[in-house]
Design a protein around this ligand. Structure first.
Ligand SMILES: *[C@@H]1O[C@H](CO)[C@@H](O)[C@H](O)[C@H]1NC(C)=O
Ligand SMILES: *[C@@H]1O[C@H](CO)[C@@H](O)[C@H](O)[C@H]1NC(C)=O
Ligand SMILES: *[C@@H]1O[C@H](CO)[C@@H](O)[C@H](O)[C@H]1NC(C)=O
Ligand SMILES: *[C@@H]1O[C@H](CO)[C@@H](O)[C@H](O)[C@H]1NC(C)=O
Length: 361
C-alpha cells in the first residue's frame, strides 16, 4: 500500500523523461532536417530539373522554345533562397547604391577606386547593353567558354540565335564560326587576357573589363583615352596596348559578381576579403553569375575539362592538350565545378556541350 505513491511518482518521472527525450530528439531531428535540406553554401541538396509547382503554373504553358521571362532567377531562387536578382551588369554612376561592393578592394569590390571609376564612367557615358537589348522583356544569353569540347559540334548557328552572346578573353571567332558562331554581344576580359592584335577585335561588340586588381582600372583608363600604357609592371603576362573601341563601347563589369561567386555561390576562402590562395573564381563562373542576375534564360557551351582525356584539346582554338592544365594558385577548379554542376543539375542553366556534368550528373 505504501509503495503506491512512490510507484506513481516513478512512473510519472519516467514518462516525463520519455517525453523530455522525445521533445529533445524531435527538436534535434527538425534542426538536422533543416541543415540537411541545404548544403553549406545554402543550395538545396536534392536537386533535379523538375519545376516547383508555382513555376510550372507560370512557365508550363509556354510553347516550346519561347523565352521564359524571369526563368533563370526564379529557378535559382528555388534552389538557393538567398538569391536576390537585382544587380546590374555594369557599373554606372549610381553604383554606390550597392553598398556591398564599397567595403572590398578589387577584385571583390571598388574600395579606394572611386576616383578612377568616376573618370572612366564619365568617359564611357554608356552603362547598358544598348537600347534594343535593354528594352527586351525576355532575353536569352549564352556564355561561350573556351573549351576544346566546342570543336566539331557545329553549334555556331544555334549560339548565334541567342539574344546575348558572351565571349571571354581572347577566344577567337574568325575561322571557327561553324562551331562557335559569329555573333559577339560582349567580350569580358582582364588586361592579360585581352586580344592583342587590333584586327582580331570584332566590330559591334562591347568591350567589358573584369577588374581583378587596382592596376586593371589604370590600364582601362589608358585604353579609353588612347594613351601610351603607363607601365607594364604588375601584370602577370603581356597585355594589350590598344583596344580599338570607342569609349561608348566600353564597360566595367560589376565586381559584385566576383564577390558573390567566390564567397557565396562557390564558397571559396574569404581571406578577410583579400585576394588569396584559391579564392578567385574563373572568368567563366563570373560571367555565369552575371547572367543569372541579368538574363531570363542562361545557357553555356565550351565549359568543363575532362582530365581523363589528357590528349583532347584544352581550348577550341589552339593545340595545347588537356594534360597541360596546371595546378592553379588562384582558382579552385574542383570547388567551382561543384557549383556549376548544381546549376546544370537543377536546370538553372543549360549546358549545350555537356562538359560540366559529362557522363553523370
Ligand atoms: C495553362 O493552361 C491551362 C489549361 O489550358 C489553364 O487552365 C491555365 O490557366 C494556364 N495557365 C496560365 C498561367 O496561363
Ligand atoms: C575536328 O575535325 C577535324 C577535321 O575532321 C579534325 O582534324 C580534328 O581532330 C577534330 N577535332 C576534335 C577535337 O575532334
Ligand atoms: C580547393 O578546395 C578544397 C575544398 O575546400 C580544398 O581542399 C583545396 O585545398 C582547395 N584547393 C586550392 C587550390 O585552394
Ligand atoms: C571523360 O572522358 C572519358 C573518356 O572519353 C569518358 O568515359 C567520361 O565519361 C568523360 N567524363 C566526363 C566528366 O565527361
Amino acid at each position: 500500500m505504501r509503495m503506491k505513491p512512490s510507484r506513481n511518482f516513478l512512473l510519472g518521472l519516467c514518462s516525463m523523461l520519455v517525453l523530455g527525450f522525445l521533445y529533445y530528439s524531435s527538436a534535434r531531428i527538425s534542426l538536422r532536417g533543416y541543415s540537411s535540406l541545404y548544403d553549406k553554401q545554402g543550395f538545396l541538396r536534392k536537386l533535379d530539373s523538375s519545376l516547383p509547382l508555382e513555376l510550372m503554373y507560370k512557365y508550363g504553358n509556354l510553347s516550346e522554345g519561347s523565352c521564359k521571362p524571369g526563368f533563370a532567377a526564379a529557378k535559382m531562387t528555388a534552389i538557393y533562397p538567398k538569391f536576390t536578382k537585382l544587380v546590374p551588369m555594369f557599373l554606372d554612376p549610381n553604383y554606390k547604391r550597392f553598398s556591398k561592393i564599397g567595403d572590398f578592394s578589387p577584385p571583390f569590390g571598388v574600395k579606394s577606386q572611386e576616383n578612377i571609376i568616376h573618370t572612366l564612367l564619365s568617359a564611357t557615358k554608356s552603362y547598358g547593353l544598348g537600347e534594343e537589348l535593354d528594352s527586351m522583356n525576355c532575353k536569352t544569353c549564352i556564355i561561350v567558354g573556351n573549351g576544346g569540347i566546342l570543336s566539331n559540334k557545329s553549334l555556331g548557328q544555334r549560339i548565334d540565335d541567342f539574344d546575348v552572346v558572351v565571349r571571354l578573353n581572347e577566344a577567337p571567332v574568325t575561322g571557327f564560326e561553324k562551331d562557335v558562331g559569329s555573333k559577339t554581344t560582349m567580350r569580358i576580359t582582364y588586361p592579360e587576357g585581352a586580344i592583342q592584335s587590333i584586327e582580331r577585335y570584332e566590330a559591334q561588340s562591347l568591350f567589358v573589363l573584369s577588374a581583378f586588381k587596382a592596376l586593371d582600372f589604370k590600364w582601362l583608363r589608358d585604353m579609353i583615352f588612347n594613351q601610351k600604357l603607363h607601365s607594364t609592371n604588375g601584370f602577370w603576362k603581356s597585355v594589350a596596348r590598344h583596344v580599338p573601341r570607342d569609349p561608348s563601347e566600353m564597360r566595367i563589369l560589376n565586381p559584385y559578381f566576383i564577390q558573390e561567386a567566390s564567397f557565396k555561390l562557390i564558397g571559396l576562402p574569404h581571406n578577410n576579403g583579400q585576394m588569396g590562395r584559391g579564392n578567385i573564381p574563373t572568368l567563366g563562373s563570373v560571367a555565369i553569375t552575371m547572367a543569372l542576375h541579368n538574363c531570363d534564360e542562361v545557357a553555356v557551351a565550351g565549359f568543363g575539362y575532362n582530365i581523363s582525356t589528357p590528349n583532347a584539346p584544352l581550348h577550341y582554338y589552339e593545340n595545347i592538350r588537356m594534360s597541360a592544365i596546371k595546378e592553379s594558385w588562384t582558382h579552385n577548379i574542383s570547388k567551382e565545378k561543384e557549383f556549376l554542376v548544381k546549376l546544370v543539375k537543377a536546370g538553372v542553366i543549360q549546358d549545350w556541350t555537356n562538359g560540366i556534368c559529362g557522363a553523370g550528373c
